[in-house]
Design a binder for this molecule. Structure first.
Ligand code: 4AD
Ligand code: MG
Length: 462
């Protein structure tokens, strides 16, 4: 059995030989004694044309009755077709229908809307758009592992069930074995989690960072790459309740080192995906986002811009008339501001650093001005924030003070504070939203279309 991608990479070698391919029918047509099938196996963007003839296969009439979507095993000769659009075709000697498809198969030849395809998430990977998107997703995931391994990072696994809220935003999904309808309650009416499985309140993780910090204090350079959960009620095109995040954490490193790492990683992954998925990227460039290839090529070949939050606010304030939400120093940046900065002002990815401490998480290192923290967000055209990171607060007294300000219970973070007691070093890290990266690589505008089975508010089908 040969995958279709191999037929393309070894065409000359296979020319005139018998090959067997397995795949699903995209289109099928016939006239009298001759028919054509476009067969696709998902191994690459392209399909292969199968030519079948009444005087060459034994079940010609049966084959002409096959519906789109059928699963076939085809054996035949690979014949070069220098005159035709495709470089070769397969002249079938044998066509076995391994799985028939009903005539009501929802993916017919016409173009379907992305909204409609979301309602059939179990079948949409068989379309051009989703097949390409999920192949790019796979290649990007591999590129990330490759990048970090080539740079001496240790891949660590952090827990999905946790007792702490890393981001302190209260956007966690509770994990419990208690009776949801009638949980045991304490005298003050609050739920009594001491009777729960873990004997305390636990949730699905919103970030593996705090645990990654523990590992960085042993290995120096680590990264996580795993599922992340947020019960954010943001009904936007770039928020999902279940997404994947990559979180490197580096010891003996500051914010500048962090930014250098982020820029090198982004360029590496973009280049890798462009090199390994050229047909998928060409498809997105033609049908989804006309400027995609130019934009990605520019990103690989030029330096990212860098501004402080304070500078960014100065720029945005002058353009407040263009925004729904007006900004002033202290405002959190909304998507419209992020997009304006990266698309209109800089025209490329831009790091924004040193945000006001009130709008960022407790663990970020307090700057000498006492007002800002050593935070960094990377904003990219078309998306806005794709990375959020910081240098971490390594000074225990300041960290404890910050935790008080955030009303965090020190008892839950004793182990995190220990890191500052036993050989704490300056250190930094960031989180890259994997789906936002895939959106950036494909030009796909909605996060629901880069997740195989998206979970957003109100959607957990499949
Ligand atoms: O900026 P965030 O919240 O940062 C953290 O969680 C840090 N603990 C990371 C770290 O320093 N180790 O999230 C990081 C990134 C965002 O920039 C965004 O790309 C993505 O995660 N992200 C989401 N992606 C999809 N859906 C959501 N609901 C997301 N929330 C964050
Ligand atoms: Mg963020």
């Amino acid at each position: 059995r040969t995958e279709i991608t191999e037929l393309y990479s070894k065409t000359a070698e296979l020319s005139g030989k018998a090959v067997t391919v397995c795949g699903w029918v995209r289109t099928i047509r016939d006239s009298k004694a001759l028919g054509f099938i476009d067969l696709n196996d998902g191994s690459c963007f392209k399909g292969v044309q199968i030519v079948f003839e009444a005087n060459r296969i034994s079940n010609f009439t049966e084959v002409t009755k096959l519906n789109v979507g059928s699963a076939l095993v085809v054996t035949g000769e690979l014949v070069l077709t220098p005159q035709a659009k495709q470089p070769f075709e397969i002249h079938a000697d044998k066509i076995e229908a391994e799985g028939l498809s009903s005539p009501d198969y929802p993916l017919q030849k016409k173009r379907h809307s992305l909204e409609f395809l979301r309602t059939i998430a179990h079948l949409r990977p068989r379309t051009n758009t989703f097949s390409a998107a999920f192949r790019v997703r796979s290649a990007a995931a591999f590129a990330i592992h490759k990048f970090f391994h080539e740079n001496g990072f240790v891949y660590v696994h952090t827990p999905l069930i946790t007792g702490s809220d890393c981001e302190g935003a209260g956007e966690m999904f509770t994990v419990t074995t208690l009776d949801a309808e009638n949980p045991p309650r304490k005298k003050d009416g609050t739920v009594d989690y001491s009777q729960d499985f873990f004997q305390k309140h636990t949730s699905l993780t919103v970030s593996g960072q705090l645990e990654a910090e523990c590992m960085a204090m042993a290995f120096g350079k680590v990264y996580t790459f795993g599922p992340t959960f947020r019960a954010e009620k943001s009904y936007t095109q770039r928020h999902a309740a279940e997404f994947w995040m990559i979180e490197p954490e580096i010891a003996f490193a500051d914010l500048q080192d962090n930014m250098k790492l982020a820029e090198a990683m982004m360029k590496y992954v973009i280049k890798y995906v462009m090199d390994t998925c050229p047909d998928d990227i060409a498809f997105f460039n033609q049908f989804i986002d006309k400027g995609l290839v130019d934009r990605l090529t520019n990103v690989v070949n030029s330096d990212f811009a860098c501004v402080t939050y304070t500078e960014a606010i100065e720029i945005l304030k002058k353009n407040n008339d263009k925004f729904e939400y007006k900004v002033s120093w202290g405002s959190d940046l909304q998507t419209e501001h992020e997009k304006y900065l990266t698309e209109q002002v800089f025209g490329k990815p831009v790091f924004v650093t040193d945000y006001p401490k009130e709008i960022k998480a407790f663990y970020m290192r307090l700057n000498d001005d006492g007002k800002t923290v050593a935070a960094v967000d990377l904003l990219v055209p078309g998306i806005g924030e794709i990375i959020g990171g910081s240098q971490r607060e390594e000074r225990i007294e300041i960290l404890q003070q910050r935790m008080k300000e955030f009303k965090l219970n020190e008892e839950n973070y004793w182990w995190y504070l220990d890191l500052r007691r036993y050989g704490g070093t300056k250190h930094a890290g960031y989180g890259l939203g994997f789906e936002r990266l895939v959106m950036y690589l494909t030009g796909i505008a909605n996060i629901r279309d880069v997740l195989p089975f998206p979970r957003t508010t109100g959607t957990a089908e499949f």
